[in-house]
Write a protein that binds this ligand. Sequence first.
Ligand code: BV8
Length: 249
Amino acid sequence: PVPGKTKSAHSSLTIFITDMKASTYKRIVVLTGAGISAESGIRTFRDADGLWENHRLEDVATPEAFARDPQLVQRFYNDRRRQLSEVEPNPAHRALADFEQRFHGEFLLVTQNVDDLHERAGSQKLLHMHGELNKARCLLSGRVIEHKGDISADVLCPCCQRPTLRPHIVWFGEMPLYMDKICATLEQCDLFLSIGTSGHVYPAAGFVDIARQAGAHTVEINLEPSNTEDAFAEHLYGQAGLTLPHFLQ
Ligand code: BV8
């Protein structure tokens, strides 16, 4: 049988048939979201009901919020950056890194996450489309620097020698990073895996459509059906730390 979703004689029962292991594909794109870091102890956006200190995410993770109250926004990211030193990659991160090492085809891991757990698990072919907590960006020069500590008014940009640093994070209303590379790779892939994302935030939530139109097999690996579950040919529900090592073996 070819991989895909087929409806049995009993129309209510859908049998998902995949007889091909991930390693038999040639060009794989993986998208991850907050759910892959949940078992490491990093709260997902849904767990927090999209809130932080009773602020709606959309009211904190925006350029307008930063212009209105830079200290509040810096504190939001300083808190999350500090938490990185208290958490470790989990088996889901490690399963992806191990698979990348032994896979002989083309592989790209695109993450919506801004934590550094994929890198720390060993992933290398990795793009952070929404930026990274451990980087800062100069508002004047646009220069991006590694920055693991707090960002505050007394932390100067090394090139401008002025307090002009913002988190290197893609906020709502800002263009995600690496979009040309991501879309070009999606248009060529033969397997698209979406792991630990609720499928609410675009353009990431639309990647499955690009992959499907390219003829790729599409698999959603999540704790529960996402907002875009119907776009996927196959579904694997459960905790990623348990399902992924098995799926990618
Ligand atoms: C843009 C950094 C345009 C910040 C983030 C249509 C098209 C284009 C844009 C839009 C559109 N409609 C609306 C928009 C605007 C907006 C948007 O999508 N809004 C939403 C709210 C409707 N999009 C944007 O603004 C984007 N920019 O479109 O620019 C443009 C064009 C030209 C010029 C300029 C601009 C930018 C969006 C990026 C925002 N930044 N992150 C930060 O982190 O602080 S988004 C942020 O929220 C995350 O990065 C992530 O992407 C998103 C949260 O989603 P998830 O990762 O899915 O997390 P969530 O908690 O929701 O779900 C977790 C899932 O895991 C759940 O399903 C759960 O069941 C599962 N799970 C839990 N535990 C486990 C698990 N699964 C497995 N195992 C477990 N153990």
